[in-house]
Design a binder for this molecule. Structure first.
Ligand code: GLA
Length: 412
């Protein structure tokens, strides 16, 4: 009898812990992360100024909520093994910083590594998972990114599940962001472990590094990471998201068209939206891209469907994302360096080039003939903020090089 009662109690305790974590990240998490812009050059002043700017720039009111400090905030462990923040960079301590961020109505995220050391050679969480989870709960952490450097010989499923359990037993709901670069295909196993998992190596501050290979930590440019998402759409949904890495918008390596495309395509993918730029000093164009309400609504659609490519004409592509109430978002993406004029026939999502030397040729194996619009829809251009008629009419579009047009289709 006694073992039965203990088992029953264990089940009750575990399910109570689990309950707290069930509601996390029902739409893709949004926030800011220090890594892309600041690397190891972080300190409490930068983080506080970023939190202030998150509010004053209008990003908070548009849904961005997590302020995440990435690598290099930690230096060592004390004699009992508790993780210590760098006293030079964070003299007031992490708890005070978290309190400040919370006082702005924002949430606080932190970084560690499943291996012995982080990628920046700071102490990792290996062997200290439960202790670190307790520290995070005492700081007031709401989000943890757990990296994968220096993890030789470790098993990803075991390592990330261990930290998931540690976070749950510390009792504070924490969104768990798994950063093992897609090496073990986490989309196949990580739903229920983390709320988001990286699917690629590190995004770079440029459009395209042609020789970037899948799984390499140093990663590729925007289109390299984009292309690695195709086929992963069936693994994403409320509480479990594919993460093609943080945004490079505003970091100087992309043109305005490329920045618009990067942001739009991440929204089409229902990707977590983590700005990676200097929020306190961003220009108007960057702010307008990052705070485009209509695009953010596409990303945050409650159905949580990840969009995917339905037509591939080589350098011209169409992405489709189902939305709630039978609506949809469509993104036409021009990968050519130069601008093109196209006609879009909504019936089969057929694209016809106007005034191009060669006719567009479909890349056959990506044609999704199964996607059809059911009935008539109103068409709204999300960047030009214009109504463009209905889907029974052919749409003429001019797209700049590396640019997109994104349409919301609302059922009539
Ligand atoms: C890895 C991660 C990056 C960043 C750095 C920090 O490369 O993939 O996102 O966290 O480590 O060192």
């Amino acid at each position: 009898m006694r073992p039965l009662i203990s088992l029953l109690m264990l089940v009750i305790v575990l399910s109570t812990y689990g309950q707290k974590f069930l509601h996390l990240a029902l739409t893709p998490p949004m926030g800011w992360n220090s890594w892309n812009r600041f690397g190891c050059e972080i300190n409490e002043k930068v983080i506080r100024e970023t939190a202030n700017a998150m509010v004053s720039s209008g990003m908070k009111s548009n849904g961005y909520e997590y302020i995440v400090i990435d690598d290099c905030w930690q230096t060592s462990r004390d004699s009992l093994g508790f993780i210590q923040a760098d006293p030079q960079k964070f003299p007031s301590g992490i708890k005070a910083l978290a309190d400040y961020i919370h006082s702005k109505g924002l949430k606080f995220g932190i970084y560690s590594c499943a291996g012995r050391e982080t990628c920046g050679n700071r102490p990792g969480s290996r062997g200290h998972e439960f202790q670190d989870a307790l520290s995070y709960a005492s700081f007031g952490v709401d989000f943890l990114k757990l990296d994968w450097c220096n993890s030789d010989g470790q098993n990803a499923v075991e390592s990330y599940t261990l930290m998931r359990d540690a976070l749950q037993s510390a009792g504070r709901p924490v969104v768990f962001s798994m950063c093992e670069w897609g090496l073990s295909k986490p989309w196949k196993w990580a739903s229920g472990v983390g709320q988001l998992w990286r699917t690629t190596g590190d995004i770079q501050n440029n459009w395209n590094i042609p020789d970037a290979k899948e799984g390499k930590c140093w990663g590729g440019g925007v289109v390299i990471n984009l292309d690695m998402q195709q086929g992963l759409e069936k693994y994403a949904g409320p509480g479990h998201w594919n993460d093609p890495d943080m945004l490079e918008v505003g970091n100087g390596g992309l043109t305005e068209s490329e920045s618009r495309s990067h942001f739009s395509l991440w929204c089409m993918l229902a990707a977590p939206l983590f700005a990676g730029n200097d929020l306190a000093n961003m220009d108007k164009v960057t702010r307008e891209i990052l705070t485009n309400k209509e695009l953010i609504a596409i990303d945050q659609d409650p159905m949580g469907k990840q969009g995917f490519k339905i037509k591939d004409y080589g350098e011209l592509e169409i992405y489709y994302k189902p939305l709630q109430n039978g609506d949809a978002a469509i993104c036409v993406f021009n990968r050519y360096d130069q601008s093109v004029n196209v006609e879009l026939d909504w019936k089969d999502f057929d694209l016809r080039a106007i005034k191009m030397d060669k006719p567009l040729k479909m890349v056959a194996n990506i044609d999704r003939k199964d996607i059809r619009l059911d009935g008539l829809f109103e068409v709204f251009d999300l960047w030009k903020e214009q109504k463009l008629g209905i889907t029974s009419q052919i749409l003429k579009v001019e797209l700049l090089g590396h640019d997109v047009a994104v349409y919301k289709l609302t059922k009539k």
